[in-house]
Ligand binder design. Structure first.
Ligand SMILES: [Zn+2]
Ligand SMILES: [Zn+2]
Length: 187
């Protein structure tokens, strides 16, 4: 069976070099749907508690919320950083509290202190799915990702998913020592 969780992300981006309106900086509310699949854990009667999916995903995806997403070769990137520098907000601000964990993958690098994500490829809905899968594939048994942004939408299914050992009491993934991070149950 599948558990399905939804996450909303508000971000600004542009398609550098694109022939169309998207060459200009603009913003969206993006909706990411994460589908995970496994057996139903009998005691909780869930595959995966949806709030746990959200929590795991949100830890890294928060980097895309109220953030600017630019491709690594976009000349706006140094221009924006110069402004952030002058304003003293490039390396953080006391009110920039809702930060995600910084990450570096072959497809994207997150700079939570200035709410910026630098991508290797243009962040289309398809591009975002590749980035998200890369970030979450070792944390959740993902079988499908869907991302919509404005009128654009893409989805990708994954046939093979890693098996995760989960807590029989609350259904969350056990840590490396076989302990449940939520209720403390031990294997
Ligand atoms: Zn857009
Ligand atoms: Zn537990």
């Amino acid at each position: 069976m599948r558990s399905i969780a939804k996450i909303e992300l508000q971000y600004a981006h542009r398609f550098y070099g694109f022939q169309g309106e998207a060459m200009y900086l603009h913003g969206h509310t993006g909706i990411l749907t994460i589908e995970v699949e496994d057996d139903v854990t009998p005691k909780v009667n869930m595959v995966f508690p949806c709030n746990e999916i959200k929590k795991i995903a949100w830890d890294v995806l928060r980097n895309f919320d109220h953030a600017l997403v630019l491709r690594e070769d976009d000349p706006l990137l140094p221009a924006i950083l110069t402004v952030y520098d002058k304003q003293g907000i490039r390396n953080g601000h006391p009110l920039n509290k809702m930060k995600g964990e910084a990450f570096v993958t072959p497809l994207a690098t997150a700079y939570p202190d200035c709410r910026l994500v630098v991508t290797k490829e243009t962040m289309t809905v398809e591009g975002m799915i590749k980035i998200v899968y890369d970030l979450l594939k070792d944390k959740l048994p993902i079988v499908k990702l869907t991302f919509s942004s404005g009128v654009n939408k893409a989805s990708q299914c994954y046939d093979t998913c890693k098996h995760f050992e989960r807590c029989p009491i609350c259904g969350v993934v056990l840590d490396e020592r076989g302990k449940c991070p939520k209720c403390g149950w031990k294997k």
